[in-house]
Design a protein around this ligand. Structure first.
Ligand code: HEM
Length: 213
């Protein structure tokens, strides 16, 4: 069992399982947030339900643990890989053998983490710890400020690039590396990454664009 946590493949396995859990969270989070575009009442109701339901309350701790484990293991794995190979292969052309996102997963993950800190402070922290009367007003008011919308859209671009590589890679680590399925999973991963990044980006743009013109 201790091997699972200390070996390189064990760490990757834990990252895959926590990553796939976060993949599901993002789909749920996107569905709820898209309500912002359609109805103030529906969004406020959903947001109130998420903030007060005891099952969701417990899920939030599991979610936080998922994020923390995913980030900690990613850092350990990156440091371990760097220590194992401090000098790059001389006859290896990275651009030819791998995608940009696959080589920069840790950088993309770190940028998403910075986005997440800003995001948690903007919404989650304010809703939980200060007297916010209307969650819809808080969120849409934030997106009407151009630099907040810009930070969010950049966050969604980094997230899309990260997910595009992460999705099939997680299945590969779990052992689903059959050639035909790998091709299919890569396509599903790309569609998923596009839906998530464009789906989220529509929300700030919907509130910002009328402010600009
Ligand atoms: C337009 C995009 C987004 C909007 C409008 C949005 C909105 C919100 C709101 C209102 C909350 C507070 C919920 C509450 O406490 O009642 C929240 C929490 C949270 N958001 Fe987002 N979010 C967006 C994108 C994202 C993305 C891309 C991620 C992940 C990379 C993310 C991760 C989280 C997390 C981890 C929490 C805290 C847990 C929770 O309350 O569910 N959000 N978000």
């Amino acid at each position: 069992m201790s091997n699972l946590f200390s070996s390189s493949i064990g760490k990757k396995l834990i990252m895959s399982v926590t990553g796939l859990f976060l993949v599901l969270f993002l789909l749920l989070h996107l569905s709820i947030n898209l309500l912002l575009i359609f109805s103030e009442e529906a969004f406020n109701e959903a947001s109130h339900f998420m903030a007060t339901n005891p099952v969701i309350y417990v899920m939030q701790y599991i979610l936080a643990a998922g994020f923390i484990i995913h980030i900690t293991w990613a850092s350990m794995l990156t440091l371990q890989n760097r220590a194992a190979r401090p000098v790059k292969y001389s006859n290896n052309d990275p651009a030819e053998n791998s995608t940009w996102s696959s080589r920069n997963m840790y950088v993309l993950g770190s940028l998403i983490l910075i986005f997440l800190f800003i995001h948690i402070f903007n919404f989650f922290y304010k809703i939980k710890f200060s007297e916010v009367e209307n969650d819809y007003e808080l969120v849409t008011g934030t997106f009407r400020i151009w630099y907040f919308s810009l930070i969010y859209i950049l966050g969604f671009v980094f997230l899309g690039l990260h997910l595009n590589h992460a999705f099939h890679s997680a299945f590969q680590t779990i052992g689903w590396s059959n050639k035909i399925w790998m091709k299919r999973l890569k396509i599903i991963g790309t569609i998923y990454a596009i839906v998530i990044s464009i789906g989220f980006a529509i929300i700030p743009l919907f509130f910002l664009i009328p402010e600009l013109f």
